[in-house]
Design a protein. Structure first.
Length: 639
């Protein structure tokens, strides 16, 4: 499982202005054929008059003039802009937060294209912050203590417009805050736009915010790109999950190799006596790495925020820093990476630091089982908790392959900040349902139900050729060999001929370079239940329509629940729903509850509601079973 990173000039601007969270993905841009145009010296010279030469204060002397002359915006399209129509005064574009005494409103609003189904709502809100306002500083504005960035996201969600621009002294932020999902933003620094190194950023800014992105082809408009990028995350989750599973197999091989080098028999003994404990330890290492990568990409670690603390962490502990160093080492010494060691000790030190913390507050201890060194002492070369730790000689080449599987996707660095909770859940689901088995014969991994399943080649070679296919169907669920493969499998007389017969059906995550695994090697094998039934993580794109359909039938009059219509002929009557407003708005308002608590809040009538035993008032936003079986039948006692 080797993934070589490469430089893509078409997405260079995404690397120079990296998004925080998921905004616009390179995959979505490529699918619709959009590429940032190469900026010439003339383009750079056109930006220079709009930027201030003074280091302090706003870089843009006149923001509207910049948007008009550089991005082609027209005053007739932007409400509130100089020479444009006024902003609506009905409060539809304002967020009134009465409980905290704060009102949030935009400076401009980009109208929707003619004929677009937006109910008259703008397609983009723009807010210009005052001079000196830090978009990420709390209490930078009066009233609510939230940062200007958080305020703007609240405005987008309250108005249900979702996309907006936040313009500060030094940058233009494209913010995307869809209802019921995590927000994301991408900052374009303004001053580099007037320089030669900033030309790729200028090209990316024009690609996303030029007037054609608002009034061009429907499939290539900004709102469509933002939505398409979120939908493409399902593909990212699937591919990342496959790579993480490959990293799990790679970690197993790396620990076994280190164990053989040390001649301790620690891992082989665990595979024989406590196989599931060994699997749980391997899984825990990957979950630790996912946790750390997510925290690092969101600047949650180290706990201290000083420049010295950041430098110390990046140089001595960071997983991202380790990956960068190992990548540089491979470029210089590609043939000796599997002989070099040192990275595993750094990871163990990081895990202990996160668990116990440091007395200086550099990193606060998190406790818990995930990073507890005593939960799986074999990771530190210990048989018992009381034994002194010994750093196993896990090769740097092994660690580099593991980190590539976790951090590189399609040759590009993966941002965990852009991953939604479904993506993390999908990764965890993929590596569940395995155990460690030791097979007596030589084995090879076969692709089956998206996971590698090892088959005993020696046992197959000794079988009657006519029963081999039946054996494969029993051992490897959902493996469908072609007619040619069936003939070659039946005709094979040795393990090596069986390997040739399997051909492309061999899963290289379990059998690198399609080489058989020697007999007696502990392997990660899916459990019988997983091989029989499979395992699937249901994405929001599937569950949300089901939830909407169920609630539209039963709960469209949810806000009138306190005053039901009751039948005068029976003591107990069934509630007859009276829709109060369109279901689409009601469903959207419920999405934050699903995302925040994992279930919808239960609503009841305190005076007359009596639930039956068969009724379920709880719907899970990520569970197909709960969404499809939830019942909202309610019986009402006559008063």
């Amino acid at each position: 499982m080797t993934i070589e990173p490469h430089f893509d000039r078409d997405t260079e601007w995404l690397q120079l202005a990296p998004p925080v969270g998921l905004v616009v993905s390179a995959l979505a841009l490529k699918e619709v054929g959009l590429v940032a145009s190469r900026q010439s010296p003339v383009d750079t010279a056109n930006v220079v008059p709009h930027t201030s030469e003074v280091d302090e204060g706003p870089v843009l002397a006149d923001p509207w003039k910049f948007f008009n002359e550089i991005l082609g915006w027209r005053a007739t399209d932007v409400a509130g802009a100089p020479g444009g129509p006024p902003l609506p005064t009905d409060g539809s574009l304002t967020a009134h937060l009465a409980d905290i005494g704060t009102t949030i409103e935009p400076t401009w609003a980009m109208r929707a294209p003619r004929g677009a189904d937006t109910n008259g709502q703008p397609q983009l809100l723009i807010r210009l912050e005052a001079t000196g306002v830090d978009p990420d500083a709390k209490r930078a504005l009066d009233g609510w203590e939230a940062t200007p960035q958080q305020r703007f996201e609240r405005l987008l969600r309250e108005t249900r417009i979702h996309a907006g621009l936040l313009v500060t002294d030094t940058e233009i932020r494209l913010v995307y805050a869809p209802q019921g999902e995590t927000s994301g933003w991408q900052a374009f620094p303004i001053r580099p736009l007037a320089s030669v190194p900033g030309r790729p950023i200028l090209g990316g800014l024009k690609l996303l915010l030029d007037r054609t992105r608002f009034f061009g082809e429907p499939g290539q408009r900004l709102t469509a790109l933002l939505k398409r990028s979120r939908e493409a995350q399902a593909t990212v989750s699937t591919e990342l999950s496959a790579q993480v599973l490959g990293a799990l197999h790679e970690l197993n091989r790396g620990l076994l190799t280190a164990d053989h080098r040390a001649h301790t028999g620690l891992i082989t003994d665990l595979a024989r006596d406590r196989p599931h404990h060994l699997y749980e330890g391997l899984l825990t290492v990957l979950m630790r790495l996912v946790f750390v990568l997510y925290a690092e990409d969101r600047d949650l670690i180290p706990s201290a925020t000083s420049r010295e603390a950041r430098w110390l962490y990046d140089q001595g502990y960071s997983v991202r820093g380790l990956f960068a160093r190992l990548t540089a080492d491979e470029a210089l010494n590609p043939d000796t990476m599997d002989e070099r060691v040192g990275g595993w000790g750094q990871l163990l030190a990081l895990f202990r630091l996160i668990h116990k913390g440091h007395g200086s507050g550099f990193v606060r201890g998190r406790g818990g089982k995930l990073f507890d060194p005593d939960a799986f002492p074999f990771l530190e070369g210990r048989r018992a908790k009381a034994d002194p730790p010994v750093v196993m000689a896990v090769s740097d080449g092994c660690l580099l392959r593991i980190l590539r599987g976790l951090m590189v996707l399609r040759g590009e660095r993966l941002s965990y900040r852009a991953l939604d909770v479904e993506a993390i859940g999908s990764v965890y689901e993929t590596v569940m349902g395995f155990t460690v088995e030791t097979i007596n014969g030589a084995t090879v991994a076969i692709k089956a139900n998206k996971v590698p399943v090892f088959v005993d080649l020696d046992a197959m070679a000794a079988m009657n050729p006519e029963v081999r296919i039946k054996y494969l169907k029993e051992e490897v669920a959902k493996f469908a060999p072609s007619d040619r493969q069936k003939r070659e499998i039946k005709a094979a007389t040795s393990a090596s001929e069986l390997v040739t017969a399997f051909g492309n059906s061999i899963d290289e995550r379990g059998s690198p370079e399609r080489r058989p695994v020697p007999a007696g090697t502990p392997l990660l094998q899916p459990t019988d239940e997983r091989r029989r039934t499979g395992s699937h993580y249901t994405p929001r794109s599937l569950t949300l329509p089901i939830v909407r359909m169920r609630w539209s039938r039963r709960s469209s009059g949810w806000d009138r629940m306190r005053h039901p219509r009751r039948s005068s002929t029976s003591k107990c009557a069934t509630r007859r729903w009276a829709p109060a407003r369109s279901w689409s708005r009601r469903a959207a308002s419920l999405e934050p509850a699903f995302n925040r608590r994992g279930r919808a809040g239960r609503t009841r009538s305190r005076r007359c509601c009596r639930r039956t035993r068969t009724r379920s008032c709880t719907l899970s936003g990520s569970s197909l079973n709960a969404a499809s079986t939830a019942s909202t039948r309610i019986r009402w006692r006559r008063i």
